[in-house]
Design a protein around this ligand. Sequence first.
Ligand code: ADP
Ligand code: ZN
Ligand code: ZN
Length: 725
Amino acid sequence: MGIARVALDCPMNSLFDYRQPGQRLTVGQLVVVPFGVRRQVGLVLEVAEQSEIADARLRSIESVMPVEPLPAHTLALIRFSSDYYQCPIGQAAFAALPAVFRRVRYVAPEPQRQYVLTATGRNLNADQFPVRAIVKRRLLQALRSEHALRRSDLNALSARAVAVAESWVGEGWVEKLELIAPRVKPGFMTSAQHELTQEQRNAVEAIAAGFGSYSPWLLEGVTGSGKTEVYFSLIERAVGRGQQTLLLVPEINLTPQLEQRFRGRFPDLRLVSLHSNLADGERCANWLAGQAGQAQVVIGTRLSIFTPLPHLGLIIVDEEQDGSFKQQDGLRYSARDLAVFLARLRQVPIVLGSATPSLETYHNARNNRFGHLHLSRRPVASRASIKLVDIRGMPKAQGLSDEVLQALAARHERNEQSLVFLNRRGFAPTLVCNACGWNAGCSRCTARLVWHLRDAVLRCHYCGHQERLPRSCPSCGNQDLKGLGQGTQRLEQLLGVRFPDARVLRVDRDSTRRKHAWHTMQDEIRGERVDILVGTQMLAKGHDFPKLTLVVVVNPDSALFSTDFRAGEKLFQQLMQVAGRAGRADLAGEVLVQTQFPGHPLYQALVHQDYRSYAEELLEERRRAAFPPFVYQALLRAESQSEAKVMEFLAYAANQAGTGRTAVTLYDPVPATIAKLAGHHRGHLLAQSASRTELQRFLSEWRPRLVEKKATRVRWSLDVDPIDL
Ligand code: ADP
Ligand code: ZN
Ligand code: ZN
């Protein structure tokens, strides 16, 4: 009787031996096994004839899950992730798989359906419904404008939308079609296929020449330069070859509009999406459609990198510099880096697209490890012009300069929209006492409390702690407490006073907290019921608002003095991204950046929209300072309610690294930037090497020793290639 070696979701980095059941197993199968006193799902990674474990102690596999075994290439990717990111194999495996596969009582997901209006349904009129039947009205409108809605779309619309749609099936107004059956609504316009520009054609030809082999490319081009059109052409070719495409996009970009654009361009395409907001069943169904080879295109966020795609022919990573490709807990992988590994493993071309590539990717292109393609012009719209507004002489309290106010007024007069963008990284309004220097800090974290104007509370943005606004300084009794810094709420107020007849909409994490709020807001903006938008990061990416012609950036300067060596790179990327929001095909865009340091090289490069010159400068800085991409890093993080425990653990770790290492540098243990978070003290230890291999070798020897310590009351983790220190 054979043995199966099974990976289980537990912190031990080893496989567990089980007796095979009557049937012969293959690697890649999911099985239910007894583990301790419970039953658990495991992934068979090896089969063998014999076990080292005594026969009497060997337990048997209980059942085999009714799922196709994972293919060898997916197992290879999981193994690589586990090794490279120093994550126990079972944890890595189950971080990679959809959650439903973790259930011992797995039921295959119901076939997913999409809801489409029938002929009778298309004749419905929203006015048939009472004015207060908001869900019905909204549903009808959505079914009309998008040609098909899936369960997840309905849930995004309203919690009751599925129930309403089901009742409409009964009425004969709506029919349910199979999920991946392509469907074009009668009269639904497929978007026209553009004649590619010379640059686009060159890019497509260069990349397509590499079909069937590993060839990595950086496709550089500003927003609107036509990268997506290049993706379209490549996908068309991959489909023509009978192959599947994996398209990775940042979390915030995977919007219904994006999917709609793809469906519009390829009405016959079998496309599925994968992201964390899908219901478990839908995510599983889409995964299985990929694994079965049915889905021709999988478009997804970082987690979709693990989808088994038997006919994979092409990988595209859009906005490859985006931070959301890095998983920040459990298996701390970079989906972009894994995508490159996967492309090599599967011998397919990979395209990394960006307006402002990460320095890691830029460096690879510069060293000819990646091919470098550039789309230098926008085929339709001209680029927005970027201007610096010197605010050195401006009174602090004013917040917006005269030049900015005039520009806002002009847009308002022309019925165009403006966006006032606040870079909130390390910057938020807080409360200070000018008499004694007291400032409002969180009692559980080393973070300042943020002053929320509207609810008159101080709130910690790290742990959620909240307290009422004090009437006087808790330290000296001074009654005249002042706000410091500028928040979106203050800006919203200020704009309301300056432009009393303008409709101002604030979009940030607070104002969109309610479910569906952001959805509704986008409708308001597209419907031109908003004049001035005030917002943070959420508005920087991905959203196209055709009437938006002015972007004002209020306070980017703080990032120039950050302790994070990536701050400059991130700021430039973010400003270019937000600049991409201004101006569409027929309306020229303008970007105004308020700064006290107009001469700074970052802003100079920004004005000329010349990322390369700035990237070259940053690279030179990093080379001199020995920072990534010239070295490789791993961060050991530890946290505990006891500060002493953290430091003791890190000191132990440093000690275990041994001496005589030359290729790996270990820095001293230090408190984290947020040294205390929700009552937990945090510290870290940085390991660094000019050689990736050496660092990997070191980590694989080091980690087991850290496990041996069996540290109590300390939580620790290793982060390989961390993007935040
Ligand atoms: P990106 O993905 O780089 O932001 P897109 O591919 O979305 O750019 O292109 C921006 C706009 O330009 C879109 O409206 C697109 O339809 C249009 N466009 C792209 N390529 C062409 C072309 N060759 N001819 C005409 N219009 C184009
Ligand atoms: Zn005081
Ligand atoms: Zn806190």
